[in-house]
Write a protein that binds this ligand. Structure first.
Ligand code: SAM
Length: 278
């Protein structure tokens, strides 16, 4: 069946059973429109995409004649690959757990391969398979983040790149405790917490269990063996507060926020860490 889901040949360590028919059920899903691309320009949530694309283009430029392989871990609806769609010399491969997200990623047509995989288990990717790996807003859901990063160190080629975007907190233990208390009071069926419960099929999303500070995130990446090249902030507030969401519609607000977060990444609500395997 043709539907844009192709097992990434030469990337996987062993063939994965991909439920193609399952993923392709809803073909009426809308194709990426101009509106989808428009939100990349107007939401600070996506401000770091520009930097990731720019850096990937630099990687691609030093490998002329071949396409670089970029692995998007927990690709969700495929935002990252869609954003880089017009950048030449890159092949995107996505891994994701929930079929609904995989379906949307397939609809972007931006991926050469999509695989259903649970990142709490070992990855179905072979050693030195990727030129670059992107983890956009995923480490916070994974109890095995340190082990995963060590695994990624083997999967990425020597001198390969790692891009991690994740929330950071000034007092992570406080947020972690509050979240745990919150989960005791009300454990939603919608979200699965991968530190205590693993039956994701009953849920539609993951619950945040990992709370980093600026230093603990950077240290975890370094401890996996990567060299840190860059740490940048792009926004100060995650857009949970309505007023902040509204303000983001104004270019002056976006520019001021990016400026402040760039200069003071420790104050940012999330940071982009660009790292390289030695
Ligand atoms: C905040 S979203 C980010 C999505 C995507 N990276 C993007 O840039 O839009 C987190 C994603 O991680 C996926 N996810 C959460 N836990 C996962 C797991 N254990 N294995 C694979 N994917 C997972 C979710 O389904 C969701 O699509």
């Amino acid at each position: 069946m043709m539907c844009g889901i192709i097992p990434p040949d030469g990337l996987q360590s062993k063939p994965q059973p991909i439920k193609v028919s399952h993923i392709c059920l809803f073909k009426e899903y809308p194709l990426p429109s101009v509106e989808i691309k428009k939100r990349f320009e107007t939401k600070l949530k996506y401000a770091h995409f520009v930097r990731i694309r720019e850096s990937l283009q630099q990687v691609a430029a030093v490998s002329p004649g071949s396409q670089i392989k970029v692995v998007d871990l927990a690709c969700g609806p495929g935002n990252m690959a869609l954003f880089c769609d017009d950048a030449p010399a890159m092949e995107w491969f996505g891994l994701e757990l929930w079929p609904n997200e995989l379906r949307q990623a397939a609809d972007t047509t931006a991926y050469k391969g999509l695989v259903q995989a649970n990142l709490v288990h070992r990855l179905p990717l072979r050693k030195h398979a990727a030129d670059a790996i992107v983890l956009n807003e995923i480490l916070m859901y994974l109890e095995n983040s340190a082990e995963l990063l060590s695994e990624l160190f083997d999967i990425v080629k020597p001198s390969g790149m790692l891009y991690i975007y994740n929330p950071i907190y000034t007092v992570p233990t406080l947020f972690s405790t509050l979240k745990k208390i919150g989960r005791r009071i009300h454990l939603s069926d919608e979200a699965v917490a991968f530190d205590s419960q693993y039956d994701w099929k009953k849920s539609s999303r993951a619950s945040r269990i990992n709370f980093y500070s600026f230093d603990s995130l950077v240290t975890e990446i370094q401890e996996a063996g990567f060299n840190i090249l860059e740490t940048t902030g792009f926004r100060i507030f995650r857009n949970r507060i309505r007023l902040m969401r509204e303000l983001e519609n104004f270019q002056w607000y976006r520019e001021i926020t990016k400026n402040v977060a760039h200069r003071n990444p420790r104050l940012a609500s999330d940071i982009l860490v660009i790292a390289r395997k030695p």
